[in-house]
Design a protein around this ligand. Structure first.
Ligand SMILES: [Fe+2]
Ligand SMILES: [Fe+2]
Length: 206
């Protein structure tokens, strides 16, 4: 069962606290205390991502499936087409920003994924909206071929394929998606350890 974001945060609250109130006064002992708190926090990142993803269940936005089902269906199509785990997890959360980044939703998913997936997948998620627009921008009086501005980018074909095969068709209420729960271990594995982190291995994946 997935916890709510609030309960996930509450679980790592409490315990020993540092005394200093301005970071200029931090000591090595303080860093050790903070590090102790950070371990369970980084360990539960996947749970917080999953909990927020689950919250998209509340909104259909006029589509025949919920925003959660759209993400799950997109990931299901990618999984069944043989895509690897990083790709499937990227597909699973590609629209996780709909609620909090309503005007720039791809940036939220891309930011969450960036430390954990290969750069091509980060680029694909970050720019998917322009490519998805091929199917409907003209209905808003926009250029449906806006994606052409990226035509020479090495991730162009990758992102065209993502939208054509997995994202654009993922609004079908009759499609039998992979159960949400089956994606949970994949999300935990992908979010287990960042590829790169400003603090190195000190906090990450300890
Ligand atoms: Fe999107
Ligand atoms: Fe989407």
């Amino acid at each position: 069962m997935i916890e709510t974001e609030a309960s996930s945060l509450a679980r790592v609250d409490g315990g020993e606290k540092i005394k200093c109130t301005h970071l200029k006064d931090l000591t090595q002992a303080d860093i050790d205390i903070i590090t102790k708190h950070l371990k369970p926090y980084v360990d539960t990142l996947a749970d917080r991502v999953l909990a927020h993803l689950k919250s998209l269940e509340a909104d259909e936005g006029g589509f025949p499936v919920t925003r959660l089902e759209h993400n799950v269906q997109c990931a299901s199509r990618a999984l069944r087409d043989g895509k690897d785990e990083e790709y499937v997890v990227a597909a699973l959360i590609h629209d996780i920003g709909d609620r909090l980044c309503t005007y720039n939703h791809p940036e939220m998913a891309a930011a969450i994924l960036q430390p954990f997936v290969r750069p091509e997948l980060h680029w694909m998620v970050l720019n998917h909206e322009v490519f998805q627009g091929f199917y409907f921008f003209h209905l808003f009086g926009k250029d449906k071929e806006m994606r052409q501005k990226f035509k020479d980018h090495p991730c162009y074909d990758l992102t065209v394929e993502f939208c054509a095969k997995y994202d654009a068709p993922a609004f079908d209420p009759n499609y039998k998606s992979v159960p949400f729960e089956e994606f949970i271990p994949m999300v935990r594995r992908v979010f287990a350890k960042p590829r790169d982190y400003i603090y190195g291995d000190r906090f990450a994946g300890m």
